[in-house]
Design a protein around this ligand. Structure first.
Ligand code: C2E
Ligand code: CA
Ligand code: CA
Length: 765
């Protein structure tokens, strides 16, 4: 999950980077295109300015020539021809509105005949206030001057007037040649240059005396001449233009601009608020601004083409990368989902495990409105299957068991493989009665026979149940309580046990006991008692069984059947076992010395203790240390030991026996040893369990059972010892049946050292 998140983060970062790159690339492309158009328009502006300048200059020469020609004709007195000359000239230059020669006194001398009806004889440029100034300016100027574009009534046309002062060799003014260019708003009206499609030419006059700038010419079609030529360029327009120019050329003033030898270019919104591209150049001779106007459509068009290409490429690359990232993310997601599955599931049974349980328990509890049971399931004697048939078969059994469990549970239950042969089932809360039925059917279903590899298996299960909120408030504790209850069920096997207050009490007591037991040896709270064993034939003493006792300050007297089990579970049994052997050897040695008589010692050895690797070695060391006669030693092992791990136990038993130490099978009859097994075991004595002796008097069946045991002993040449004999009647029956040895309250309770000594001495006498 984390990885995929990171991948998308990388993708977004890349996307952001790519967007930034794209935009900076587009920006640079735009700048390139725009700059190219700027320099292009500057180039055109220069060409146009040059062309217009040349054209004006040509007109100036033309006016000068006509002026001198008129003066020549005047000198040669061929004045009559002048009018014809002008008319001819006009006919060849159709763009001209008319030609006139004005004397330095301001009066018309000659003019073309198209102006005849204007009463030009009455016009005096010097006397008319409207024309006086400009006429004086023309007289004082070396150059041809262009007047404001105006509407010429005589021919009903808009014209651009030109005036040129004609001078003699000394520069003295002889007259003024005047003409007007008929205005046509066509581009090649003034010049004929290629590349001016989509472009317009503008001429704006330099500031006049009042500081006003009037337009001279605009090639655009459809403009209103009256508005356009009669109103000066507004101040606002001027300022705006200057601002835009300074945006591109900082610090450039109008003054500097006039002297600028190169064309410049800039962007400016036109009256329709459309941004246009302009080229600008000042003609210092004829004192006007030449402007080339172009739309920015081409810039935009070129730019958009690039934008389309770039963006398409960008999108394609992006899509490719997206697909790539998507693929990586999906595969990573899959991988991490697999990892999570593996971490949360048991691979053998495919059941969820504890990790899963802890992860999902909160939502699960919510679903069950927080009332539920935790059921702890442990298969009985599963180890046997593993040992006898191998782990592969064991695994197959587990898979089958989990399949049955899966089938049994409902959709909303949570079944966990806790490990090994243990399962945890979380299920909804039920009444005790319903729970009882539920668990019974669970046991029935799981303990039905299994067929694996052509073999039939039966497996029991022990179940412990803890209930929320009845037993505990957190899952961890509930699990441990269910586990405790399960151990309770294990005592019986193939059954269930509900956790109870009684069990809680027992558990607490057990914990207490464990704690106290750890300190018991050091505190000298443990001691030994000995119960005499009598040879039935002659009533003589055969030996004693050593039994351990514990008197604790806090717990009072604790029976060995209770604390031995705890010692076994906690590992304390090793220390305890050694104490028992030492103490028994020590006290028996002392007693034998005092009674000067042979006496057998029977010591109870816990299974756990016996299975410890160094058991025999340690025992022999102690025998040597206490110089105890091992020929007089019997080890009492419970019957349950013999069947559990025969292969392991048999060599051990043989080794013990090889040392001359005898082995007694304690609690005989309660276990499951078969006759054939008994034959294999190196056993010296069968110790018939008290439960048989208890009923031997009343129950004929029990009597014959005991008889059978004694017969078996005889057949396998094993001694038979009856324990828990309390009455004379029992003794009589046992004697009748040839039982060898008797032990029980009838003769004596287990006795402390001193009492035993007393007992034995009294027996002798
Ligand atoms: P066990 O080995 O079967 O011991 C016989 C038990 O029966 C003893 O109980 C003994 O006091 C009791 N008993 C003997 N004769 C009679 C009788 O006539 N009537 C009745 N009602 N009881 C009789 P105890 O000493 O409480 O021992 C209980 C069990 O604790 C023993 O069963 C044995 O399994 C274990 N145990 C006792 N001492 C030791 C020990 O030193 N080492 C080991 N490993 N286990 C011991
Ligand atoms: Ca015993
Ligand atoms: Ca016993």
């Amino acid at each position: 999950m984390i990885l995929t998140n990171n991948i998308w983060k990388i993708f977004y970062a890349m996307l952001l980077g790519a967007l930034f790159l794209l935009s900076s690339m587009l920006y640079s492309v735009y700048t390139d295109i725009s700059e190219r158009h700027h320099s292009q328009i500057e180039h055109y502006t220069s060409i146009v300015e040059n062309a217009i300048h040349a054209d004006l200059y040509e007109k100036e020469i033309m006016l000068n020539f006509i002026g001198h020609e008129i003066l020549n004709q005047q000198k040669n007195n061929t004045i009559n021809y002048i009018s014809t000359f002008l008319d001819n000239f006009l006919a060849e230059n159709r763009k001209l509105a008319g030609l006139g020669f004005i004397g330095v006194d301001g009066k018309f001398r000659y003019y073309s005949s198209n102006l005849n009806n204007l009463n030009l004889e009455n016009v005096n440029f010097l006397q008319d206030e409207n024309t006086k100034q400009s006429f004086t300016r023309v007289l004082s100027s070396e150059q041809m001057l262009l007047g404001r574009t105006y509407y010429f009534e005589a021919i009903k046309k808009w014209v651009i007037p030109f005036r040129k002062t004609i001078r003699d060799k000394n520069g003295t003014a002889l007259g003024v040649m005047s003409t007007g260019l008929q205005l046509q708003n066509s581009k090649n009206y003034l010049i004929d240059t290629e590349g001016l499609e989509n472009k317009e030419i503008l001429i704006i006059r330099s500031k006049d005396k009042e500081g006003l700038m009037y337009r001279q010419y605009y090639s655009k079609k459809g403009i209103n001449f009256i508005d356009y030529y009669n109103t000066p360029v507004s101040n606002e327009q001027m300022k705006l233009s200057l601002k835009e120019i300074q945006y591109r050329y900082p610090n450039l003033t109008l003054e500097k601009l006039r002297k600028e030898p190169k064309s410049i270019s800039f962007l400016l919104k036109n009256s329709k608020n459309i941004t246009m591209l302009y080229g600008l150049k000042f003609d210092p001779i004829y004192r006007h601004w030449i402007l080339i106007e172009s739309t920015t459509d081409e810039i935009r068009g070129e730019f958009l083409t690039v934008v389309y290409i770039y963006i398409s490429l960008f999108v394609i690359v992006l899509i490719l990368f997206f697909i790539l990232f998507k693929k990586i993310a999906t595969s990573e997601n899959k991988k991490s989902a697999e990892l999570i599955y593996q971490a949360e599931h048991d691979l053998l049974t495919e059941l969820p495990n504890r990790v899963y349980m802890y992860k999902h328990i909160i939502e699960w509890r919510k679903y069950h409105s927080d009332k539920f049971h935790i059921i702890y399931i442990d298969l009985d004697n599963f180890k046997n299957i593993n040992d006898k048939f191998g782990h592969k078969t064991g695994d197959k059994v587990l898979v089958q068991v989990s399949k049955r469990l899966k089938k049994f549970i409902s959709q909303h239950d949570m079944l966990i493989r806790q490990g090994g042969d243990e399962f945890i089932l979380l299920t909804k809360s039920r009444s005790e009665h319903k729970l009882d039925n539920y668990l019974k059917s669970l046991i029935t279903i799981v303990s039905k026979e299994y067929f694996i590899d052509d073999k039939e298996f039966r497996i029991g299960l022990s179940i412990g149940v803890a209930r929320y909120p009845l037993d505990a408030s957190n899952v961890e504790e509930l699990l441990s309580l269910a586990d405790t209850a399960m151990y309770e069920a294990k005592k019986v096997k193939n059954t269930y046990s509900l956790f109870s207050e009684n069990l809680r009490h027992q558990t607490a007591l057990k914990a207490d006991m464990e704690q106290e037991l750890r300190a018991a040896i050091k505190k000298n709270e443990l001691y030994m008692v000995y119960q005499p064993q009598i040879t039935l034939k002659d009533g003589s003493i055969y030996g004693v069984e050593a039994l351990v006792r514990w008197e604790n300050k806090k717990l009072g007297y604790v029976g060995p059947d209770k604390f031995i089990a705890i010692a076994e579970q906690t590992g304390l049994i090793m220390e305890l076992g050694e104490f028992i052997i030492r103490r028994a050897f020590d006290e028996l040695n002392s007693i034998k010395e005092k009674i000067k008589q042979e006496l057998r010692l029977s010591i109870n050895i816990s299974v756990v203790q016996f299975m410890e690797k160094s058991f025999l070695e340690d025992l022999l060391t102690l025998i040597e240390l206490y110089e105890f006669n091992k020929k007089e030693l019997t080890l009492e092992l419970t019957e349950s030991l013999s069947i559990e791990d025969l292969d392991e136990v048999l060599p051990l038993l043989n080794a013990v026996r090889a040392e001359g130490i005898e082995i007694s099978l304690d609690d005989f009859g309660t276990g499951y040893s078969s006759l054939s097994m008994l034959r294999e075991l190196p056993i010296d004595e069968l110790k018939i369990d008290k439960s048989f002796i208890d009923t031997i008097v009343e129950d004929e069946k029990e009597k014959s059972l005991v008889r059978n045991i004694i017969n078996i002993g005889e057949n396998f040449s094993m001694k038979t010892l009856a324990e828990g004999v309390e009455t004379q009647e029992q003794v009589r029956i046992l004697k009748e049946n040839d039982c060898d040895i008797i032990q029980g309250y009838y003769y004596s309770k287990p006795l402390k050292y001193e009492k035993l000594l007393e007992y034995l001495l009294s027996m002798k006498s």
